[in-house]
Design a protein around this ligand. Structure first.
Ligand SMILES: Nc1ncnc2c1ncn2[C@@H]1O[C@H](COP(=O)(O)OP(=O)(O)OP(=O)(O)O)[C@@H](O)[C@H]1O
Ligand SMILES: [Mg+2]
Length: 307
């Protein structure tokens, strides 16, 4: 594995409050890496340190073999950043905004025109090149913010909650763009999100809570480790105690919730055994554990250790 971003023992403290607490992780070149966490977890702080706009209190970040503190100028050429809030100028048109941005990287004249044409085609925004930024919809704005971030053809694209606040159609579009940038251009994508389902296709998900990394792995491995299947049994009236006695007989842990008996992570045999008592059971439901479950359980299970 070639690590293109390497974060080592990173810490950020404001006065006496530690908001990023000794985190370490690596991002593989060409991969899609999701940094997942609830509000206030430390995602934006970490991304801002990686993209050189914020200094760490201690620890180091190496990008493409270079330390971000010592080589911030070089590194800014290698990365593109889509910030949590849009940063383009509301009063300028899309092409004026991109022209200004490109000039910061010395992309001028014909080179700029050619690149603008290519990016507008890739990201499909030729139709509103001459519209002032403030007149665009939320999804269109994000698309142009991504164009701003990739205009100078960086190796790494960092996106801080790229789809927050967008409707599902626009979120899908942004995801298609991200997928295309990874697949077609081999870009390394680092993104933060609250949405578990969006992180599903990542090569690696790293979960942060209260400044600490609390879990990491593929979507499948996190789901397997932290989510929970549930069998819900609805006994007939008056049959609850009888059903409980039978569940106890087969030594299964259970909880009672209103008129339901809930059995967590039963095996197939457990389910078959319990359902033999059909004379006591009015109906039942089976829920397969999903990624949302996994996320909630990761946060729950790690709460004590990160307080
Ligand atoms: N300049 C600052 N001074 C003091 N505290 C700060 C500062 N910037 C951020 N914090 C605190 O650091 C913590 C982490 O903030 P951060 O913005 O990194 O969280 P986040 O994971 O990006 O959250 P969200 O999902 O809401 O964007 C929060 O408790 C925040 O209040
Ligand atoms: Mg944030």
């Amino acid at each position: 594995m070639t690590s293109i971003i390497s974060v080592k023992n990173l810490r950020k403290t404001y006065q006496h409050k530690t908001v990023v607490d000794n985190i370490s992780f690596d991002v593989e070149e060409g991969s899609l890496f999701s940094f997942l966490g609830p509000n206030g977890a430390g995602k934006s702080t970490t991304i801002n340190i990686i993209c050189t706009v914020l200094n760490a209190t201690s620890g180091e970040v190496i990008i493409d073999g270079q330390n971000v503190k010592k080589h911030s100028k070089d590194i800014r050429k290698k990365i593109g950043v889509v910030y949590q809030q849009n940063v383009l100028d509301n009063l300028l048109t899309v092409s004026e905004n991109l022209r200004f941005r490109a000039s910061l990287f010395g992309i001028l004249g014909k080179e700029f025109e050619d690149r603008l044409e290519a990016v507008a085609k890739e990201l499909d925004f030729q139709n509103y090149l001459n519209q002032p930024f403030h007149t665009l919809s939320g999804g269109q704005k994000r698309r142009v913010e991504i164009a701003r971030a990739i205009f100078h053809e960086p190796k790494i694209l960092l996106l801080d909650e790229p789809t927050t606040g967008l409707d599902s159609e626009s979120r899908k579009t942004v995801w298609e763009i991200i997928g295309k940038l990874k697949k077609t251009f081999g870009m390394t994508i680092f993104l933060t999100t609250h949405y578990l389902e969006e992180a599903r296709n990542s090569d690696l998900i790293t979960v942060i809570n209260k400044g600490k990394i609390v879990a990491a792995g593929s979507a499948i491995s996190l789901q397997k480790k932290y989510s929970c299947d549930r069998l819900l049994l609805y006994p007939y009236k008056e049959a609850m105690n009888h059903l409980i006695a039978n569940v106890k007989n087969i030594s299964l842990p259970y909880t009672i919730f209103d008129d339901r008996l809930v059995i967590e992570n039963p095996s197939v045999n457990n389910v078959l055994e319990i359902l033999k008592y059909d004379s006591l059971i009015d109906s039942f439901e089976f829920f397969k554990g999903n990624l949302d479950d996994a996320f909630i359980n990761i946060l729950k299970q790690t709460e004590d250790s990160v307080l």
